[in-house]
Design a protein around this ligand. Structure first.
Ligand code: ZN
Length: 136
């Protein structure tokens, strides 16, 4: 597959509001967007560093994926997202090589990106997201 860079790192937090000051005041990054992704039951906050983003994820529902993650593991790194050229091909290739897919086809994520997740059981424990910005 053709991956170009780390698009973002997803970090599960209990509260975006309480987490932003660390990223802004200590790391000196600027939160440039806050967006709710309803079907993922999360609120997201974005920071940019180079061409990579930090995506803070706050659960809006204890039964959602981030709510369950925090209950099990606490706050911390949740996933790594790679920018792919040709996300459909990348998914097909991963599946053909025996990787378990969470999303068989891309869906819409935050910022209008096409996204799909690979299962951490197939990736050495790292929840891995592929994404592609088709609006570019
Ligand atoms: Zn993500």
């Amino acid at each position: 597959m053709e991956l170009t860079h780390i698009e973002h790192i997803g970090i599960a937090v209990e509260s975006i509001e309480e987490s932003i000051p660390y990223y802004e005041n200590i790391l000196g990054l600027k939160c440039y967007a806050i967006e709710e992704v309803k079907d993922q039951k999360v609120k997201t906050a974005f920071f940019k560093i180079g061409q990579t983003k930090i995506e803070l994820l706050e659960s809006t529902d204890p039964e959602g994926p981030i709510g369950k993650f925090i209950e099990k593991k606490g706050q911390g790194v949740h996933h790594i997202a790679f920018a792919a050229n040709g996300i459909e091909n990348a998914l097909a290739e991963a599946e053909s090589k025996g990787i378990r897919l969470i999303d068989k086809a891309p869906r819409k994520g935050a910022e209008g990106l096409d996204i799909a997740f690979l299962h951490p059981k197939s990736t050495g424990g790292v929840l891995t997201e592929l994404c592609e910005d088709k609006n570019k």
